[in-house]
Design a protein around this ligand. Sequence first.
Ligand code: SF4
Length: 506
Amino acid sequence: MARPLFKAYQQNQVYLFPPSLEDLIADNHPVRVVSDVIDRIDIDIIIKKYKGGGTTSYHPRMLLKLLVYSYLNNVYSSRKIEASAKENIYFMWLSGMSQPDHHTINRFRSERLRNILKEVFAQIVLLLVESGHVSLQEIYTDGTKIESVANRYSFVWGKAINSSRDRIRQQLKELWSYTQKVAADEKGDDTPPDFDKIDSKEVKATIEKIDAALKNTEVSKGVKQKLNYARKHWPAKLKKYKEQEKVLKGRNSYSKTDPGATFMRMKEDHMKNGQLKPGYNAQISTHNQFVVNYSLHSNPTDTKTLIPHLEQHKKLYKTLPNVQVADAGYGSEENYLYLQKQGVEAFIKPADFDRKQKRNYQPNPFITGNLEYNALRDEYQCPAGNPMKRTGTIKRKENGLLKTYATYKASGCKNCPLREACHKQKGNRIINVNHKGWKLRNQAHDRLKSEQGVIYRKKRAADVEPVFANIKHNKNFKRFLLKGMDKTEIEWGLLCIAHNLKKIAA
Ligand code: SF4
């Protein structure tokens, strides 16, 4: 049998000329792309975050490179970044052999990059524009929900606060009327409290008034217990509800362990129990699969995120794109109107667009959208062929926008053979039509059916959606590590920068 041969192995070999890290890193390695790109950006905005004086700090450019390269390599924990800076030659090369600890890395990520990372991101995007990788004139926008690190059972519900407050209000009313009845002769302040505006102070004062009125009156054990409970708990509870409402800021829910997170339904429900989880609605705009704008929202509905997302685009690049492409989740009157006013051509599907494209689509002749409208006479024709005359106008504020609805009324519904299928109203059928909204939706529909519209629709799915697939599946990023809107937005920004740089490197 031939003797096995091994390559020379001398662990303690001393080198006369030790190899430098520079020699060990391939010319086309992604770490060089990270280093080159971050060397080209202006980091004055980060430097301004340092107070000055005291001991020396690690250079922000080095820390930014380390963070971006970590996110590019699916390393998100500050402890793992610290370890990599000691063990991994790419990190060592990038850090110039500096070894910041995890506190330093975390402080830099959470505090120094707070509110400024977007400007750093925009500089990188502008470099991509310069090199011809992307254009800011045509963007594809979409969103995804990403879970917060918060406990899944740490919810505070806005509805629960309202019903608890209503319960206290009702019980306080009962106690007040009982007191007025049984201690009617007692002298004292019997001005009723404003039950609609009860708060901690008001409840406390009312209970004191009730106590004073019932001082010399024999009351049942039940009433005494109720009063004791109210005195002890209600003012504190109402104070807590007020504080919770301040955190809610109009949301339906938040998490006690991450107040920035809102409970929302996740597409990837790893618990598979359909429960709402605390998370954020992460939005991106892309071009050629590069992220050109990112934002994070507590509102789970995509419709309401488009305007703030585009306002940020305008703030970063001082201009808006010429073309905005998005799916049906963004098709609202507010968004169409905003884009029209800003001179942006919107290729955004109205909510029923996909349904209408199906081969077996049968328009329902009874729904308002399918009734025939005679603009000249300003009247509709009902499914039985009878005119529906204009009867008035209604103005309603919806999502901050004042909308005008024209009202039309049918006649002869009582004896109509189509009555059952047509409507469930008591008398003759009344419809409210927002003509402006219909017009905007029809225009969007026509744009999407045009030759250019078909191209954009096809390109949308291939442009923005692979970015989410890359971040969630290839980069295995399914849950934020940090808490709070500011910090999670930094994480989202670092992921977007890492995604862009990885694409350049590829
Ligand atoms: S029920 Fe009234 S609105 Fe409907 S088809 Fe008959 S007449 Fe027209």
